[in-house]
Structure formats: C-alpha cells, structure tokens
Design a protein around this ligand. Structure first.
Ligand SMILES: [Zn+2]
Length: 345
C-alpha cells in the first residue's frame, strides 16, 4: 500500500529550522535537525493565553539550541513559556528539557514511567545499561562480531541528553490539559516507549501523535533489557488500533514526517505492514532460529552499529508476539541461546 495514495498532507513543505509556523488554531510547528539517518524532528508550540506551551524539545546539542535561540528571539520570546511537555523520554524529544525548563523556570510535564526511565538510562541503572542490553542480545543470538561493532556506538543517550529535570508534573491516560482555552486529552500508548503520551484536541480535531503515529516510516518497537520477555509489538498494535476511534479527518501532527489526515487509513496500513512482516518471520523460522538470524528478513540492507540496536530489539519484538500467539515455539539451546521455530507446533 502506498501511503501517498490515501494520506493527505495539507502542508507540503516543513518550516526551516528556527522558523515557527502556524498550523492549526493555537498550534505552531517547529522543525529541528537530527544528526541521524532520521534527520529531523517536529516540535510544537501551543498558545496558552499570555504564554507558550512547548511540546518536545529536540536533541540536546548546540545546533538545536542555536535554532531554539532563533525561535526564542523571534516568535517565542514575545511570551514566557509556562510548561514544557514531553511525549516521551527519547533523546530527540527530551534533549533540551533541562535547558528550556531552567531558562523559563517552567515545569516539565511528562508521564511518570517516562520520567523514571530517562533518569535510569542517564544513570545506567535498573537494567537500562549497555551491558544488560548486550547480555540480552547475546542470549538472542548476537554474534561476537556484531557485539564488538555495537560497543563502538558510545554513550548515545547521555551525549544527547546532558541534563534532565529532577522533578516533573505528571500526565495520566485520559487526563485533560487545558491549554489556551482548549482541552487536550492525554492518550497513553505503549510499545515504543514505556508510557508515551499523544495529545488530542477535540475542539480543533488535532492530534499531536509523537512517535506513536508516523506517516511514512514505522515506529520502532523493541524489546527492552529491563523486560526481556515483554511483548511490545502487541502493545503497540493495540495502541495503534485504538487510534482508529478518533475522527477520520483528524489532523495528525507526527514527530517525524509531515502533518497528515487519514488516521484510519494509516492504522490499517500499519496493521497490514506488521501482519506481512510477522508472516515473513514465521516463514524464516522453519527450524530453530534466533532473533539475530531473523534480522536479514526484517531489514534487507546493511545496518550500522546504531541501527543494529534497533534491529535486534525489533526482531525480538516480532518473535515475542508470534510466540504469544502460538505461531512459533521458544526453546533454549545448550548454548543458552533462545530460538524460535514454527515447525512442530
Ligand atoms: Zn521515540
């Protein structure tokens, strides 16, 4: 299915970095660069009476702060910032939360699990550390060669989130935030991060979807070392299907890609995409197969060290969903490696 064929993109070109563009009543769009294959993130500014509410902050580097300075010197600086909302804790969203909340003496608003996960990663505690991740991947067939490659990635998270606030204001699923006289409902979604928040404004029929609903790429859904038998793909697909309950012409503001309409078509595309991928994984597991060996089926291109982290986690996520549905059986080899097989069910 070709996304262009069903989704509508009412804004063909994104704003330049540092530019603030009105996109819906009371809602403004900023775009910041990212130093990755995924080269940008969308951030949002909401009018809140005499102040602004910031939604997501960009990666914590000089480049992004330079563009924030441009935006602050022009549009934003005319009013104070009353709140900094984070959809979730990943570095491209949380990187400047410390810097911005300090600058404006504004509270950070985030779901509790996201707040705690961010601090755990920054402190390498509670299973959120490289050794725990690599140990889980070894148990899922990671080769010594790929492990060596992955160790070269360095401190990815800490490099991009140098500081993170030590207090927060909590968002809960179903909570309504009043911003500029409009109600924004908190929609918690699972599978991409522990307690990801999307915000839906019924008055304007706009949803800030974060990473839970992207128009062209599929959201990363990975098993985490803190929950090595977790089933994040089931959680993600359940959360995705729930979004089809929103009005069909909702304007979706994603963190990556262009704003679009066609949420129900996008839900159908994503469910279809994962159905196909899951069938391919079953096919690849005719005999006992480790998650690492499924990667070439899911990713038909060479992967760098950074992409290998996501690929291992994604491969495991597919196998765990299939195992929960009884479509593959999990066994542990004499070498301690977990393998999955569709034969002999
Ligand atoms: Zn994310």
């Amino acid at each position: 299915m070709n996304p262009e064929s069903v989704l509508q993109y009412p804004h063909a070109t994104p704003p330049e970095p540092g530019e603030v563009r009105a996109i819906a009543p009371g809602v403004h769009w900023l775009r910041m660069p990212l130093p990755f294959a995924l080269n940008h993130i969308n951030l949002w500014l909401l009018e809140d009476g005499d102040s602004w509410v910031i939604v997501d902050t960009g990666i914590g580097n000089e480049d992004t702060r330079k563009y924030w300075d441009v935006a602050l010197a022009t549009t934003v600086g005319s009013r104070p910032v009353s709140r900094v909302i984070l959809t979730h804790h990943h570095p491209d969203h949380s990187g400047n939360a410390g810097w911005l909340t300090r600058r404006f003496n504004a509270p950070m608003v985030i779901a509790q699990t996201e707040y705690l996960a961010c601090h755990s990663v920054l402190d390498s505690r509670a299973g959120y550390d490289l050794e725990a991740i690599l140990a889980m991947y070894r148990r899922n067939g990671l080769t010594a060669e790929n492990e060596t490659k992955m160790r070269t990635r360095g401190e990815h998270f800490r490099k991009h989130v140098q500081d993170f606030p030590n207090s927060y204001s909590r968002m809960l699923d179903g909570m309504v935030l009043s911003i500029g006289g409009r109600d924004w409902r908190v929609l918690v979604g699972y599978g991409h991060s522990p307690e990801h928040v999307s915000l839906y404004c019924e008055d304007e029929d706009v949803m800030i979807s974060g990473d839970m609903m992207l128009p062209k790429i599929t959201t990363n859904v990975s098993v985490q070392a803190v929950e090595p038998l977790g089933n994040p793909l089931k959680l993600f697909l359940d959360s995705t299907r729930a979004q089809a309950a929103l009005p069909a012409d909702t304007l979706v503001l994603p963190s990556h890609g262009l704003p679009f309409r066609g949420i129900r078509d996008r839900v159908a595309q994503l469910v279809h995409h994962h159905d196909l991928r899951l069938a391919e994984v079953v096919e690849a597991c005719k005999g006992p197969t480790a998650a690492a060996e499924v990667i070439p089926t899911l990713f038909r291109r060479p992967l760098d060290a950074h992409q290998m982290f996501f690929a291992m986690g994604e491969s495991m996520a597919h196998l765990h969903l299939l195992e929960s549905e009884g479509r593959v059986v999990r066994t542990i080899g004499n070498d301690g490696v977990l393998r999955y097989s569709s034969a002999g069910r």
